[in-house]
Design a protein around this ligand. Structure first.
Ligand SMILES: NC(=O)c1ccc[n+]([C@@H]2O[C@H](COP(=O)([O-])OP(=O)(O)OC[C@H]3O[C@@H](n4cnc5c(N)ncnc54)[C@H](O)[C@@H]3O)[C@@H](O)[C@H]2O)c1
Length: 265
């Protein structure tokens, strides 16, 4: 007997897919394996290489480039996806943190320029507003939608030094998630957020793996371990969950003791 996937025949738009070792790529692959038709988008042309990789695994994939901080480019991209598939059932707002080919900016708040603040808010929060704003009307018309916003533990739950714009934007993602969840709840649409902790992607900065080793589970997560939760929230298995933040951090933020293990455990 053929087993139906968790998102069988759904059209899933996933943002921020340009590297095979990223959360976005792992998520796209899981959605593909679970039966979805994929549309992937990134600011980087490498999104097309990722689409080829996913097609080689047998998935149906369209790929698109857009700067998601720009509403005009987002409108064109969403129209392209609708022209290909006729609808968007699931939206995963994953793009953010860093632009492909660039380094993440770590600057103490007291030295942060207005431009750097605006950029951090734009790539981490405005991108999610723009894409959601363009996708939601079609979901309302069809009375169905699953929106999953990739936030972080950094911002809504805890903070790291030299990342105040990122913290503010990712906390803003959770606030937006709750607000939109209420506005669209009567239209068959759920909106949730995922809060990853230390994740072993290609973007993991030096020393962040040490953070992973000090979690209760003793390691960083594989990107697939975030993608699995995103896929669950994007599926009908999560039909009665909305406005929530699901933390995927190996128990890191629930441990009170932060000192050396040998002195306490
Ligand atoms: N890696 C981690 O440890 C971690 C932890 C918590 C949250 N996250 C979040 O997970 C998401 C994915 O992160 P990742 O680690 O896979 O990194 P990644 O760098 O592989 O993915 C981010 C992608 O977003 C794209 N992007 C950025 N700005 C864009 C724009 N304006 N328009 C279009 N595309 C744009 C980048 O080009 C990149 O390909 C991010 O939102 C990040 O904040 C990651």
């Amino acid at each position: 007997m053929d087993r139906k996937g968790r998102v069988e025949d759904k059209v899933a738009l996933i943002t921020g897919v340009a590297k095979p070792d990223s959360i976005g790529f792992a998520t796209a692959r899981i959605f593909g394996r679970e039966g979805a038709m994929l549309a992937i988008v990134d600011i980087a042309e490498a999104v097309h290489d990722c689409a080829e990789l996913l097609r080689s695994e047998g998935f149906t994939v369209s790929s698109h480039t857009a700067d998601l901080t720009r509403m005009d480019q987002v409108k064109v991209m969403v129209d392209e996806v609708l022209a290909s598939y006729g609808r968007i059932d699931v939206l995963v707002n994953n793009a953010g943190m860093v632009v492909y080919g660039q380094e993440e900016d770590f600057t103490a708040f007291q030295d942060l320029s207005e431009e750097a603040w605006d950029f951090g808010i734009a790539i981490n929060l405005k991108t999610q507003f723009n894409v959601t704003r363009c996708v939601v009307p079609g979901m309302i018309t069809r009375k169905y939608g699953r929106i999953v916003n990739v936030s972080s533990v950094t911002g809504p739950v805890v903070a790291n030094p030299q990342e105040s714009a990122y913290c503010a934007a990712k906390a803003g993602v959770l606030g937006m998630t709750r607000g939109v969840a209420l506005d669209v709840a009567g239209h068959g649409i759920t909106v949730n957020a995922v809060g990853p902790g230390w994740i072993a992607t290609g973007s993991q900065a030096d020393g962040e793996d040490v953070g992973g080793m000090n979690t209760p589970l003793g390691r960083s997560a594989h990107p697939e371990e975030v993608g699995n939760v995103i896929c669950f929230l994007g599926s009908d298995d999560a039909s009665y969950i909305t406005g929530q933040l699901i933390v995927v951090d190996g128990g890191n933020t629930i441990q009170e003791y932060k000192g050396p293990r040998e002195l306490y455990y």
